[in-house]
Write a protein that binds this ligand. Structure first.
Ligand code: OVM
Length: 393
């Protein structure tokens, strides 16, 4: 018998403080049933990683949110990466991997670092400011749209669009309704921005269309693939960077340690990905009956994978709730795992390295001047405001 747990992961109180509920989810068993949403769930690192690895049983093509695309209409045409299984997934992912290459990122890194340096320099010693708009949003918006080759006007739509997309993985609750209302103009802007004529030559968007010209996908597929960059690439890094700054503000000893040894930067970024839980959850759907640790999950079940709980599973990590930049955090599932593992993970790491790297020589102390506030989201552990002061070095 699979244990049942009386917990609705999409209750506003749970979304406000998800980590408070993870131990109960992990301790209930390797698999638990959540009657509140009629889904199975896994929250231990071993089982979450195994399910993400087994893409044939835990499929993505029926949606990676609560809605089962085999019987419910998706809110938009499905992603050709995220919400698609092999063989189509492998073709589209291969093409996108070639576009989102490390080589093309290395080329822009000096420019990104200069932008981050200037942005941080302008914030140091100026008293209290909200690090969410001033840094966590400002930096990604200053580099990512140019990387894709988006037109200049309307880039502010990217964040509300991402907010809808990540809310849409949950139930049709008030959070989704409100995000949808706010993002009507954003949805139209994103659709237009994915069209070939609106993408600058040389950007990643234009390179996807170049792949279509070589016969690697159709022009209609190219348009949908560019949409993936716009959907997944902004709200995630904004909240990841916000969470990283918040982490160092809460753990000043870790900030001092990083300043004393900047060679820990990459390790520190990885630890923010493990500890931070920006992407809390994703669903899969079982393609057949499956036994997990002797417990039966029937075919067609939605299975909620708690990535953030897996990343703090004491069965896998020692002292998991402590933010420790010296730990070996690789093996976290903050970017997922297996064939769907985040396509943009190097973009995310490079953005975080640029911002934190800019802060290391300039910011002696990160002081929270008021309590940070969350922006509730069905999938993201999002930060709404982060009032801080950067004390000059
Ligand atoms: C997509 C996508 C991929 C990852 C995350 C995501 C909204 C979307 O391919 O559209 O979140």
């Amino acid at each position: 018998m699979v244990a049942s747990l009386d917990l609705n992961p999409f209750d506003l109180a749970v979304l406000a403080d998800p980590f408070a509920h993870h131990a109960a989810l992990r301790d209930a068993g390797p698999v638990v049933f959540l009657p509140s949403i009629d889904c199975f769930a896994m929250a231990r690192h071993a089982e979450v990683q195994a399910a993400l690895t087994d893409f044939e049983i835990y499929v993505s093509g029926r949606g990676v949110g609560l809605a089962d695309f085999s019987c419910e209409e998706p809110w938009r045409p499905p992603s050709l990466l995220l919400e698609t299984d092999p063989p189509v997934h492998d073709r589209t992912r291969g093409l996108m991997n070639r576009v989102a290459s490390l080589a093309s990122l290395r080329k822009v890194m000096p420019e990104w670092q200069a932008k981050a340096d200037a942005l941080v320099a302008g914030l140091v010693g100026h008293g209290s400011f909200d690090a969410v708009p001033a840094l966590a949003e400002a930096f990604p918006l200053s580099v990512f749209p140019d990387l894709i080759g988006l037109r200049e006007d309307g880039r502010e739509h990217l964040i509300p669009y991402g907010t809808v997309a990540f809310n849409a993985f949950g139930p049709r609750n008030a959070l989704l309704a409100e995000a949808m209302d706010r993002a009507q103009a954003a949805t139209a802007w994103v659709a237009e921005s994915c069209q070939r004529e609106n993408l600058r030559p040389g950007g990643w968007g234009a390179q996807v269309y170049a792949a279509a010209d070589r016969g690697e996908c159709s022009p209609a597929e190219a348009e949908r693939l560019v949409r993936s960059f716009l959907t997944a690439g902004v709200d995630t890094t904004v909240n990841g960077i916000g969470t990283a700054i918040h982490a160092f503000a809460q753990f000043p000893a870790e900030w001092h340690l990083l300043r004393a040894d900047p060679s820990l930067l990459k390790r520190a970024v990885e630890e923010t990905l493990r500890w931070g839980g920006t992407v809390q959850t994703f669903f899969r759907t079982t393609s057949r009956d499956v036994d997990v640790a002797g417990q039966r999950i029937p075919e067609g079940s939605k299975v909620l994978l708690f990535l953030a709980a897996a990343n703090r599973d004491p069965r896998r990590w020692s002292d998991p709730d402590s933010f420790d930049i010296t730990r070996q955090a690789s093996g976290h599932v903050g970017f997922g795992f297996g064939i769907h593992q985040c396509l943009g993970q190097m973009v995310a790491r490079m953005e975080a390295e640029a911002v934190i790297g800019a802060m290391i020589p300039r910011v002696a102390e990160i002081r929270e001047t008021a309590l940070a506030q969350r922006r509730l989201n069905n999938t993201l552990h999002a930060i709404g405001t982060l009032p801080v002061e950067f004390v000059p070095a």
